[in-house]
Design a protein around this ligand. Structure first.
Ligand SMILES: NC(=O)c1ccc[n+]([C@@H]2O[C@H](COP(=O)([O-])OP(=O)(O)OC[C@H]3O[C@@H](n4cnc5c(N)ncnc54)[C@H](OP(=O)(O)O)[C@@H]3O)[C@@H](O)[C@H]2O)c1
Length: 177
């Protein structure tokens, strides 16, 4: 995960992930030799990121993306308004590309992952199968949101690589567009 983060220009999560897990979204130098400190991006239409969230700690750059109606500003961060209701991902991608963000790692959660797959913005899916079972009836699936409601909406993947990592397997897929 830290190597993947380090090879990306930016790491993106949804606001529910920030609220639930309070992730720092930085690269831990314990796992990576030369850390690059990717930009941290939060999709947060209504500006619900808590003031004490670790993504606002100033250790690396953060961009909070809200919708056009939201007036909130956050400390130690840049804020961008993009989209009328939820964040408009197509528009955001065009803006990020102009800012030199070529590789974006979408870390979650499941609603955001579905948005990137449904819109076919995602090029690649990396799935790590760890050798442990957590289980639970309420465990979320990797891709949430509405899910594919028709056969046509199913997101097809092509397996590109398989790699043993520790006691697990990393599967890399290409998204069929
Ligand atoms: N195991 C892992 O590695 C991992 C990684 C990440 C997250 N998680 C888990 O995932 C859970 C959170 O996932 P979640 O699915 O509930 O929420 P999420 O994907 O983290 O965030 C979804 C929220 O992002 C905002 N958003 C803004 N624009 C969006 C867009 N275009 N598409 C989708 N969302 C947009 C929406 O809130 P607004 O309408 O307020 O903007 C939406 O409700 C947590 O329990 C966390 O622990 C696990």
């Amino acid at each position: 995960m830290h190597k993947l983060r380090n090879s990306s220009d930016a790491i993106l999560v949804g606001v529910e992930t920030v609220i639930a897990d309070n992730p720092k979204l930085t690269v831990n130098p314990k796992y990576v030799k030369r850390t690059r400190h990717p930009l941290r991006i939060v999709l947060d239409s209504q500006g619900r990121t808590p003031k004490n969230a670790l993504v606002l700690d100033g250790t690396s750059k953060t961009l909070i993306v809200t919708n056009e109606k939201c007036k909130k500003v956050f400390p130690n961060t840049a804020t961008m308004r993009c989209g009328k209701k939820e964040v408009d991902l197509m528009k955001l991608m065009r803006i990020l590309e102009k800012k030199g963000i070529g590789t974006l790692l979408v870390e979650g959660g499941s609603r955001v992952i579905w948005s990137f797959l449904q819109s076919r913005i995602a090029d690649e899916v990396n799935i790590f199968v760890g050798s442990m079972v957590i289980g639970g009836d309420s465990s979320p699936t990797p891709a949430g949101g509405t899910g594919a409601e028709t056969e046509k909406a199913i997101v097809a993947l092509v397996l590109k690589r398989m790699k043993t990592v520790g006691n697990g397997v990393l599967l890399t897929y290409e998204v069929v567009k």
